[in-house]
Design a protein around this ligand. Structure first.
Ligand code: PLP
Length: 389
């Protein structure tokens, strides 16, 4: 039996073969420790890590020294939020974030609450966008950090990051954004957008899992951040631990490829995604989740009326690899907090499908997936009517 059509690229993506070939020599030939500055093995590794650091800095218009490598976006978010909270707690103990953030932002915030910090969790409008007036009203004299994601991992919505950055800068409050879904997909500029901290990860853009980075602004203002791992003092003391050159080199190569094809790939994915939605729209009782245009080109998220979400997923999972919410929420089997924040009912939130298209996705796969979903919805509704009768 052939494998299901993979449409879960907001959960993870395959490693691009070009990325893999860039990584391989660093496991065996160039295995040096980038911190070993007494011999050429160390220098080789350090030079390649530096090259990747430069690519990552360029994609967000930062300086290479402002990039701190981490194990992924979860660690980058934890470092940003807990690291700032710890450094600035004598200035204030209030943070602002949004209800639809990834759990890697919400959970560090909840942890800070147990330490006596206060968090405002902003609600979103029905289209998933933050209301700027609500943000303006949430600032307090003791606010130290605002954390709002660039692109949502479930509904793909793009938040007004530049405006939020301006509002934070005017008030002298630090601004962090989780850009795990956005890097390499939309243009980003930490200066123009007034971003002070930015989280990224390689595996959402055809790089390996287990590597990410945090951008930490070094001037205007210089962000103070308390390390969450103590040890050898790598990454300017912000994140100790031996650097992992194969992963770092792969991350750099993945970003380089994504940037090179950003414009053409955006157009291609958008037109495939819109085609999918065109097909599915014909189903009665279907809703698009999130703003129709202010969203990632590769994401489509829909809910249905009168369908058992689990039964629907069971019916299609041999044919299409897809999820109902984030990979983390399918772990918990609870209806998505993001979909519920949009004002959808508990049942609608359970009857939700997230399509994440990718570099490998073809028109033929999209046509096939649309047909499978339409048939599955029809058969689910038929079953429901038969039971009711
Ligand atoms: C995937 C993802 C994360 C987690 O990243 P890891 O590198 O898997 O830890 C965090 N935030 C968002 C928005 C994501 O999409």
């Amino acid at each position: 039996m052939s494998r299901p059509i993979y449409l879960d690229c907001n959960a993870t993506t395959p490693v691009d073969p070009q990325v893999l070939s860039a990584m391989l020599p660093f496991f065996t030939d160039y295995f040096g420790n980038p911190s070993s500055l007494n011999h050429s093995y160390g220098w080789e590794a350090e030079a390649s890590v530096g090259q990747a650091r430069k690519i990552l800095a360029e994609v967000i218009a930062a300086d290479p020294v402002e990039i701190v490598f981490t194990s992924g976006a979860t660690e980058a978010n934890n470092l940003a939020i807990k690291g700032v909270a710890e450094s600035y707690m004598s200035t204030g103990r209030h943070l602002i974030t949004v209800q639809t953030e990834h759990s890697a932002v919400l959970e560090p915030c909840r942890y800070l609450e147990t330490l006596g910090f206060e968090i405002t969790y902003l609600s979103v409008q029905p289209d998933g966008l933050v209301e700027l007036q609500a943000l303006a009203d949430a600032f307090r004299p003791d606010t130290i950090l605002v954390s709002v994601m660039t692109a949502n991992n479930e509904i793909g919505v793009l938040q007004p990051i530049k405006k939020i950055g301006e509002m934070c800068r005017e008030r002298g409050v630090l601004f962090h954004t989780d850009a795990a879904q956005a890097v390499g997909k939309i243009p980003l500029n930490v200066d123009k957008m007034h971003i002070d901290l930015l989280s990224m990860t390689a595996h959402k853009l055809y790089g390996p899992k287990g590597i990410g980075a945090l951008y930490v602004r070094r001037k205007n203002p210089r962000v103070q951040i308390s390390p969450q791992l103590h040890g050898g003092g790598q990454e300017r003391g912000i994140r100790s631990g031996t650097l992992y050159p194969p992963q770092i080199v792969g991350f750099g190569e993945a970003v380089r490829l994504a940037v090179a094809e950003m414009e053409t790939e955006t157009q291609r994915l958008k037109s495939l995604r819109d085609r999918l939605w065109q097909h599915l729209q014909a189903i009665p009782g279907i809703y698009l989740n999130g703003h129709p245009t202010r969203r990632l080109p590769n994401n489509l998220n829909i809910s249905f009326d009168g369908i058992d979400g689990n039964a629907l997923l069971l019916e299609i999972r041999d044919a299409i690899a897809i999820s109902s919410g984030s990979a983390c929420s399918s772990l918990k089997a609870a209806p998505s907090h993001v979909i519920q924040s949009l004002g959808r009912s508990h049942d609608q939130a359970k009857a939700t499908l997230r399509f994440g298209l990718g570099r490998h996705t073809s028109l033929e796969e999209i046509e096939r997936a649309a047909t499978i979903v339409r048939q599955a919805v029809r058969s689910q509704r038929q079953t429901a009517t038969e039971i009711a009768v």
